[in-house]
Ligand binder design. Sequence first.
Ligand code: CO
Length: 163
Amino acid sequence: MDIKIYPDPVLFEDCTDVNNIDDNLISVVSEMIETMKSVDGIGLAAPQVGLSKRFFVCLDFEDENKSQTLVLINPKITKMEGRVESKEGCLSIPGFYEYVYRYEDIEIKALDLNGNDIVYTPRGMQSVVFQHEYDHLDGVLFPDRMSQIKKDIFMKKINKEFR
Ligand code: CO
C-alpha cells in the first residue's frame, strides 16, 4: 500500500465509522500491518492509506518482541488525564520529529477484528501511539499538538519540504 504524504487532502478528512467488519476490512487491515512493518512504523491509520474510515493498526507495546499488533475499530477515548511530552514523527510527514503534548493516561474503547468491545487503559508509548493514531481519524496531525510557536516553525519547515 502507498502511504499518503502531507499535504494529501485525505489526511485532513473526518473519517466515518466502520459499519461492517467483513472480509474486505480484514484483508485491508493485514495489508496495513504489512505496510507499517515494511517501513518500521509503530502505527498506521486508515486515512494514511487513503481510506476515510475510523480504524488504525499499531504495535502492541506489551509484547517485548514488538511483533504483535493491535487493531482498533471505531475507537472512542473515554478518559483523559495528565500531560506528557513525547517526541513524535509520522509516516505521512517522513523525516520530521518534534515534541508534542499528549495525555498521560487515557481509556479508549474500540472494536477488535472479531467485533468484540475492548477497553484499553494504555500507559507510556502505547498511550501516546493510540492518541497519535486516533487523531488521524479526525484529520488531526501531530503538529496540531505542539505549542503554537513550535507549530509555526515546524509547519514552515514541512511546507518547504512537501509543497
Ligand atoms: Co501519524
